[in-house]
Design a protein around this ligand. Structure first.
Ligand SMILES: [Zn+2]
Length: 350
């Protein structure tokens, strides 16, 4: 059982969709040993129940998130819970040691369980692109129509964006580009070219970092909106949070401005993929009617990012969609919502 307590976390971390690194496995194993140590000192029933429940919840969380940082946060509690669950199966002589510490450790174990489960709820609600616990979001459109939307995040990008737009045009398709304010400031000409060509531009925050989503006022939304309005004349009504991470406060900020929060249901992690054929195949394996496909014509709004993998994969993705009878449209058309705010509301940003 002890061996299982160590082997299970290793397998889960390594095989999770977010690909745990060896460091995460080590962390997971260490915490499994801590869990075993704590588990030997508290009630067997309590330990087994709390450990098994916690391990099941964290294992499920592994399958629920595409956020790359998730593995950092989930590896430790998963290891700890697995160790706790395995502790009652240790020999009675081992469990008998340090019984004196039990009065203190039992509430500590319960408190820890509550904290970890509370955090798990927050983590899932904020990072899962399909979970609506924290407010309304769109992760896909109508499943009964053969329409999909291809979306491109993190641009504008000098080499990627217009190359992507040209391939879309050659396939009679239009895309939706969620742009980062700090990149729009540097290359407003690319944003304007997209709009002139009939593609849709959305708001993807100003700085695109990993912490500002926690700010309840979420000033990133207006900052990017103002930048896009000043440089292109339009105010996007479609907002995609960086990394898909969202909070109830952010949801309220978005809906109170008459905007829609949009995530996705198809991603092949094109920010780490370097094989265009595999990227296209992975997208096509997941796509179905109503899907919102996530791709990146930029990376974090960094102007020099190399996005040739997406440029190379896109023709195969478009051909594959056509072969499946799926027509790519812009997000506003897929969801039946406006792409831009009306002039009366946009005036305050210009
Ligand atoms: Zn992004």
């Amino acid at each position: 059982m002890t061996a299982l307590a160590v082997a299970l976390p290793v397998a889960a971390v390594r095989r999770s969709p977010i690909h745990g690194a060896p460091l995460h496995v080590v962390l997971c194993m260490l915490l499994a040993l801590v869990g075993l140590a704590v588990g030997t000192r508290v009630s067997a029933t309590l330990t087994a129940a709390a450990g098994a429940a916690g391990a099941a919840v964290t294992a499920w969380l592994f399958t629920q998130t595409s956020y790359p940082g998730a593995v950092d946060v989930l590896a430790a509690p998963f290891g700890l819970f697995t160790g706790l669950a395995a502790a009652p199966f240790l020999p009675a002589s081992v469990r008998g040691h340090a019984r004196a510490a039990r009065p203190l450790l039992q509430p500590a174990a319960l408190g820890l369980t509550a904290v970890v489960l509370g955090f798990a709820v927050f983590w899932t609600g904020s990072t899962n692109p399909r979970v609506e616990w924290f407010g309304e979001l769109h992760s896909h459109g109508n499943r009964s129509q053969n329409l999909v939307a291809i979306t491109f995040d993190d641009g504008p990008n000098p080499d990627g964006t217009l190359a992507v737009a040209q391939i879309l045009d050659e396939h009679d398709a239009k895309g939706t580009f969620f742009e980062v304010g700090k990149a729009v400031v540097q290359r407003p000409d690319i944003s304007r070219a997209l709009l002139d060509d009939g593609h849709v531009v959305g708001n993807h925050s100003y700085l695109h970092d990993a912490v500002r989503y926690l700010d309840p006022r979420y000033p990133e939304l207006d900052r990017a909106e103002r930048t896009i309005a000043e440089n292109t004349g339009v105010c996007p009504a479609l907002f995609r949070p960086p990394h898909g991470t969202h909070t109830p406060f952010m949801s309220r900020a978005v809906t109170s401005r008459g905007m829609n929060l949009v995530t996705w249901d198809v991603s092949a992690q094109d920010w780490v993929e370097n094989d265009p054929a595999r990227l296209a195949a992975n997208i096509l394996a997941e796509v179905r009617p109503g899907s919102i496909i996530l791709l990146h014509d930029g990376l974090d709004g960094n102007i020099p990012a190399d996005r040739s993998v997406v440029v190379k994969a896109l023709p195969a993705i478009l051909d594959g969609l056509k072969a499946r009878g799926l027509t790519p449209v812009t997000l506003d058309a897929l969801l039946g919502v406006p792409a831009y705010l009306p002039d009366s509301q946009c005036a305050r940003y210009r």
